[in-house]
Design a protein around this ligand. Structure first.
Ligand SMILES: NC(=O)C1=CN([C@@H]2O[C@H](COP(=O)(O)OP(=O)(O)OC[C@H]3O[C@@H](n4cnc5c(N)ncnc54)[C@H](O)[C@@H]3O)[C@@H](O)[C@H]2O)C=CC1
Ligand SMILES: Cc1ncc(C=O)c(C(=O)O)c1O
Length: 309
């Protein structure tokens, strides 16, 4: 039974995850190597709790859980039933965290990674109890998006996958078990196919970035929240899909490296909202307003999709 959870890494994803898990009645300890990240996370936690209130996510019947911040990794993982590693998407950084916690956790503690797509089989090579390591891939913003992928690596015990799936279900979220440990799992394989094409179209000057977003959000995005891709194939007709894909698939981007448009920006430290500029520019005031507006809309859409409105 999982009651105590340690979250390692409090950047974009960690604070929202902490808020959602605590709302589910769990005792969370939250750690980051950077003191500034811990301070930022305290504010982000409060914001996420406000969004959970507006989503109507009630505390568990056993009462609300807690979030406690710490700057000591040993304190964070001591007594944890589950450690969720949430540090940057880099194998050596993740491996260093596993090395550090290896001697601090008990042999029955489950270690989950929120990796966006590094195969779990690769990550579990860096830990003493690979049978208790699992992928637990949340989607951003993690306190609002209910689906979480659960992925076992070659050495993950089926019971570990089952325990994490049950934990997710028990707090009212939607686990999806990915049956094969493929890079990117399922969500990001589908999403990155879309992003590759979107970046390519903007880079080739086929469309302006703002218009690309309008086209995808109001064309595909709006309906895909209601009708998934497999159901859409049936709605459009497989005969239509056969005809269009027979000439279109060969023309779609198949680039296997990172697009220059992305490299130019990342080389100039233009990472998006977190650095104030990426595909678009953001002042701190705009970022605050944008995040509040997006949360409000995502909450409203989710209420409708769940039939609560
Ligand atoms: N940003 C996103 O939309 C999503 C990210 N992910 C995945 O979640 C993981 C974390 O991503 P983000 O939160 O976006 O990253 P981020 O870069 O925003 O935050 C990472 C945090 O980890 C901390 N950190 C670095 N080394 C550490 C260490 N040794 N010990 C403790 N803390 C350490 C950093 O100080 C930073 O606060 C990555 O694997 C990423 O691929 C998964 C779903 C969505
Ligand atoms: C660009 C991008 N990459 C990875 C992820 C998740 O792993 C997300 C997300 O929104 O969840 C993303 O936007």
């Amino acid at each position: 039974m999982i009651r105590r959870i340690a979250i390692i890494g409090l950047g974009t994803m960690g604070p929202g995850m902490a808020a959602r898990l605590a709302r589910g009645g769990l005792q969370v300890t939250a750690y980051d190597v950077a003191p500034a990240a811990i301070e930022r996370a305290r504010t982000m936690l409060g914001t996420a709790e406000g969004v959970l209130d507006s989503l109507g996510v009630a505390p568990s019947s056993a009462g609300a859980g807690t979030v406690r911040f710490t700057d000591d990794i040993g304190d964070a993982v001591a007594d944890a039933d589950l450690v969720i590693e949430n540090v940057p998407e880099n194998i050596s950084v993740k491996a260093e965290v596993y090395r550090m916690i290896d001697g601090l956790i008990s042999s029955d503690t489950i270690v989950a990674s929120d990796t966006s797509g590094i195969p779990i089989t690769k990550l579990q090579a860096h830990i003493s109890h690979p049978e208790r390591m699992v992928g637990m891939h949340w989607s951003n913003p993690p306190h609002i998006i209910p689906m979480i992928e659960v992925i076992g690596g070659e050495k993950t015990a089926p019971q570990t996958v089952a325990t994490i799936r049950e934990l997710i279900r028990s707090i009212g979220l939607l686990p999806v078990v990915v049956k094969k440990d493929v890079p990117g799992f399922v969500e990001n394989r589908v999403f990155y196919a879309l992003l590759r094409e979107a970046v390519d179209l903007v880079e080739r000057g086929v469309i302006e970035p703002e218009d690309l977003d309008t086209c995808v959000s109001w064309g595909i995005g709006y309906k895909i929240a209601v009708i998934g891709p497999m159901a859409l194939l049936d709605m459009a007709g497989l005969d239509i899909y056969k005809s269009v894909s027979s000439f279109l698939n060969a023309d779609l981007s198949n680039r296997d490296d990172v697009a220059p448009m992305v490299l130019e920006r990342t080389n100039a430290s233009k990472f998006g909202i977190k650095s104030g500029e990426g595909m678009f520019s953001y002042t701190p005031e705009q970022t605050k307003a944008l995040q509040a507006d997006r949360a409000r809309k995502l909450v409203a859409v989710r209420r409708i999709l769940e039939g609560r409105e």
